[in-house]
Design a protein around this ligand. Structure first.
Ligand code: FPP
Length: 277
């Protein structure tokens, strides 16, 4: 379901509009999640320091978000900073990413408003530096009433720690007698995830060719279509988002069921032949 009220297809650049014209509007994904990878390699190939790759990556974030908002994509969730990045990268790089995030929010707020984008976050954001949290709160509050695309930045995010947080919250409900342990359902787990307010991603994109999900939205991507491109994140643009959506529309989603082309299923057990082993 696209956000028809905020569709601004006429604002797409010609190259993007040409791909958009090939899409089936009734089969657009509702939620696209992206693992933005390759900033360091992008810089390395140009003999630049890694920081330049992140800076260029922040430009891609803005351009991709604007394309998403023009096509009325309801949810776009970007893996901007993982728990593992926080723990395992040199402090200088982590500090740079924090400064970049602050300046990104500050300098793009007006563009977010012009594009009717609402900003939100998932992750253990309370562990981020206080001045970064202040800026994040400021951007979320300023855009809270926008009704177009919700851009969710996963920051200090790890899927396993999200599940740990969910199980702790659920355990507290069991202790308080609000939920009985033997009746815990998938829905109970879902409502304690950071993403409880959004649908699961239909499409997961990963840039720079790695075949991994890197602790990203593990519960939520159970039935997502996965699209991996060799393109490095700083080179990824709106046109590439639309190409990924075109590929998504060529896939058949079965959710564990059967293809429509299978037709009637033979139900006579006598017909079943088990190969002798
Ligand atoms: C991976 O590149 C990317 C990240 C560490 C996170 C993504 C960060 C950005 C796009 C920059 C800023 C984002 C915002 C929202 C302002 P990498 O360094 O792992 O690349 P490599 O695998 O080539 O080394």
């Amino acid at each position: 379901m696209v956000l028809t009220d905020s569709l601004r297809v006429e604002e797409l650049p010609p190259e993007e509009r040409a791909i958009y014209a090939t899409l089936k509007p009734e089969r657009l994904p509702e939620h696209v999640a992206i693992i933005m990878d390759g900033n360091g390699r992008w810089a390395g190939r140009r003999s630049l320091r890694r920081f330049f790759g992140h800076q260029q990556g922040a430009k891609s974030v803005q351009l991709v978000t604007e394309t998403a908002s023009r096509i009325g994509l309801p949810w776009l969730t970007l893996y901007a900073f993982s728990l593992e990045n926080n723990l395992r990268r040199p402090r200088t790089e982590v500090n740079f990413l924090m400064r970049l995030l602050k300046s990104y929010l500050e300098s793009n707020l007006q563009r977010m408003m012009d594009n009717n984008v609402r900003i939100r976050y998932i992750g253990r954001t309370r562990e981020l530096p206080p001045e970064v949290q202040d800026k994040m709160r400021w951007a979320a509050e300023a855009t809270a009433r926008n009704t177009g695309t919700t851009l969710t930045l996963a920051l200090n995010y790890g899927s396993r720690s999200e599940l740990v947080d969910a199980f702790r919250a659920l355990h507290a409900e069991v202790e308080a007698g609000q939920v009985s342990a033997d009746r815990i359902s998938e829905e109970d787990i879902h409502r304690h995830l950071y993403t409880a307010h959004m649908p699961d991603p239909d499409l997961l994109i990963r840039t720079s060719g790695e075949m991994r999900v890197s602790n990203y939205l593990l519960w939520q991507i159970a039935y997502s279509e996965i699209y991996i491109t060799d393109r490095l994140w700083p080179d990824f643009r709106g046109v590439h988002l639309l190409e990924a959506i075109a590929e998504f529309q060529r896939r058949e989603r079965r959710y564990g069921g059967l293809s429509e082309s299978v037709g009637e299923v033979e139900e006579d057990p006598e017909q079943i032949r088990i190969a002798a082993g």
